[in-house]
Design a binder for this molecule. Structure first.
Ligand SMILES: C[S@@+](CC[C@H](N)C(=O)[O-])C[C@H]1O[C@@H](n2cnc3c(N)ncnc32)[C@H](O)[C@@H]1O
Length: 222
């Protein structure tokens, strides 16, 4: 199977402790059954889903700035999950929940169609070599599934420091039924969205002279 991730390394002692003590509070276990967002978040606010949140820096900043929305993070990286759970607890952030699982499977099984207000996909692994392209997360038919999961008017926001992946994502999303590029700036990329916090991957990309590519598509309401 062409997974979009590799299982990564060890957790620090603190991350392991947060993971052990806080998973029950913030994580929804993977299951082959639909999740009730209202039961999970204890409210009916819109749900934005972040795929591959890494250490959770963007998740924390965005969730804290938008308490009227819920954020569902999906990640397989245990150290990052531990870190995020620790931050949620420390800052008393109540609008984030986590699924520890492959996002492709988690979305397929657990998330209802027409239920997600937005998808955030920030700096996914670029899989730069041609023979690795089939491991890229943002590709059809995965983007078709994203379109089905979105509410009408919902969005997909993809950011990368890998120019070629940015173009690839533009292409794949353009070919996805029901999705429309809403921010066509230069070359089809969106202008920089000021509300997106800068993560280490972004800073490193810039430091190494790479342009940050943002792609913003919306699902038609008709
Ligand atoms: C390069 S990191 C970027 C992390 C973060 N978004 C940021 O900007 O700092 C990509 C992350 O996506 C996660 N990932 C990749 N494919 C995934 C999948 N199918 N399901 C869940 N997480 C995935 C990886 O584990 C990794 O933590």
């Amino acid at each position: 199977m062409n997974r979009s991730f590799v299982r990564r390394g060890r957790m620090s002692a603190a991350q392991a402790r947060f993971y052990r003590d806080l998973s029950g509070k913030y994580c929804a276990p993977f299951s082959e059954g639909l999740l009730s967002f209202e039961a999970l978040f204890q409210n009916a606010n819109p749900v934005v889903c972040e795929i591959g949140f890494g250490m959770g820096d963007s998740t924390v900043a965005i969730a804290e700035a938008n308490p009227d929305k819920n954020y569902l993070g999906i990640e397989v990286y245990k150290a990052g999950i531990g870190r995020l759970l620790g931050e949620l607890e420390r800052r008393d952030i109540r609008n984030v929940r986590v699924i520890e699982h492959d996002a492709v499977e988690a979305l397929r099984w657990m998330v209802a169609d027409s239920s997600v207000a937005g998808f955030h996909i920030f700096f996914p692994d670029p899989w730069p070599k041609r023979r690795q392209h089939k491991r890229r997360l943002v590709r059809r038919p995965f983007t078709d599934m994203l379109a089905h999961k979105l509410t009408p008017g919902g969005y997909v926001f993809f950011v990368t420091d890998w120019d070629e992946y940015g173009r690839w994502a533009l292409d794949e999303l353009s070919q996805t039924e029901h999705l429309h590029n809403i921010c066509e700036g230069s070359g089809g990329f969106a202008p920089s969205q000021a509300w997106k916090p800068e993560t280490k991957f972004e800073a490193r990309g810039r430091a190494q002279g790479r342009a940050i590519r943002e792609v913003l598509f919306r699902k038609g309401v008709g």
